[in-house]
Design a binder for this molecule. Structure first.
Ligand code: 5AD
Length: 368
């Protein structure tokens, strides 16, 4: 798909043509990754964060968050719960928390891998190459780091860097690839200042950096953040709306562009439409759900945006509900680790195909 075609799909309003887009995404999903929906147990390990991202409720200056850091034993307990619930993957997510040290995380990953058959996905923010390498050697399988927007100027504006550090997520994504991780990234939809042209570039960048996993969700304003009260872009016709409809468009186009990637129906989507968002995402391109299995006593402390759909769902009860929803959609629950088909194909293919000398990195330079 060319840039112009993507742009016009993002602006599409005709119900029949939108319906054709949903159908195409659903057929592509079925043909390339099948009907199975893989479930990942999500554990929000720490809500401490040293960063000041202007959209995120966990940003360091926000004093209204109840900060917590789980004990290693509590994470192991959650891992065993994931096994009990039949999940093949444990996702460990956190704010950017230096106290989750190289050694602590490595030891935790080693314990999970030795006590369970789970695949382990890390999502711990921008970390040093030596940490990513050590965790990979300890057994971590996958890493998630959204680039949030391909517009370098917008990225810099919403991600004030740590003093002395340059945030270059595309470089980190390239490291993850080199280290043999299954690599996931993604964007928010409707960030104040994000244009249709930016979002089109985001979609093209998904293909250029050849992602295994892609998560997209609407930007949800958090009142305790600078962007939570931003209004200056609302009447700009180029501003992408942070709407449910726009989220489905991006989800569907992502599936068409990256047919073998694992794509979750995200919590942010389930938050803007609590009744059917999760299901509609699965019918418009997604093949993954990440049930939150963080101990309930910590949930309210991980409010990256308000009204998060999973604040009080007890893991066992939510699992029952989710399985009923999937059965109603005619979608079987996947068994095993649910590795990305994209990643598996790459393991089989000779590496010579991925021969861009810069791994697609020139894109940010162009955008910026
Ligand atoms: N609205 C929507 N998504 C958000 N994220 C963080 N803050 C918000 C928000 N206010 C997303 C980011 C991050 C992921 C873990 O959550 O894309 O990468």
């Amino acid at each position: 798909m060319k840039r112009n075609e993507l742009l016009s799909q993002l602006r599409e309003t005709d119900p029949a043509r939108l319906n054709a887009l949903w159908q195409a995404a659903d057929a592509t999903r079925r043909a390339h990754v099948g009907d199975d929906v893989h479930l990942r147990g999500l554990v929000e390990v720490s809500s401490h964060c040293v960063r000041r991202c202007t959209y995120c409720g966990l940003r360091a200056p926000n004093q209204q968050v109840r900060r917590y850091r789980m004990h290693g034993d509590e994470v192991l307990e959650a891992a065993h719960l994931a096994v009990q619930l039949g999940y093949g993957t444990l996702v460990l997510q956190s704010g950017e928390d230096p106290q989750l040290s190289l050694r602590w995380v490595a030891e935790l990953v080693r314990r999970i891998k030795s006590e369970t058959p789970l695949a382990v996905t890390l999502s711990l923010g921008e970390r040093a190459r030596v940490e990513l390498e050590t965790w990979r050697l300890a057994g971590a399988d996958r890493y998630l780091l959204r680039f949030e927007t391909s517009n370098a100027e917008l990225f810099a504006r919403i991600h004030p860097p740590r003093p002395g550090a340059v945030a270059d997520r595309l470089t980190i994504l390239q490291w993850l690839r080199e280290l043999g991780y299954e690599v996931g990234s993604g964007v928010m939809i409707g960030i104040p200042g994000q244009t249709y042209d930016d979002l089109t570039s985001d979609l093209l960048l998904f293909t250029q950096i050849d992602l295994d996993m892609i998560g997209v969700g609407p930007f949800l304003p958090h009142p305790a953040t600078p962007l939570g009260t931003a209004v200056e872009h609302f009447d700009d016709p180029e501003q992408v709306p942070n709407s449910e409809l726009m989220t489905y468009k991006v989800l569907a186009l992502t599936r068409l562009l990256c047919p073998t990637a694992n794509i979750p129906s995200t919590t942010a989507l389930a938050t803007i439409n609590r009744q059917t968002g999760r299901q509609l995402g699965l019918e418009r391109g997604a093949n993954i759900v990440m049930p939150n299995i963080t101990p309930l006593r910590y949930r309210a402390g991980y409010e990256i945006y308000p009204g998060k759909a999973c604040l009080c769902e007890e893991p066992g009860a939510y699992d029952t509900l989710l399985r009923a929803q999937l059965a109603a959609l005619g979608r079987p629950v996947g068994t095993g680790r649910g590795d990305s088909a994209h990643w598996r194909h790459r393991q089989d293919a000779p590496p010579a195909r991925d021969d861009r000398p810069d791994g697609g990195r020139s894109f940010h330079a162009q955008a910026g």
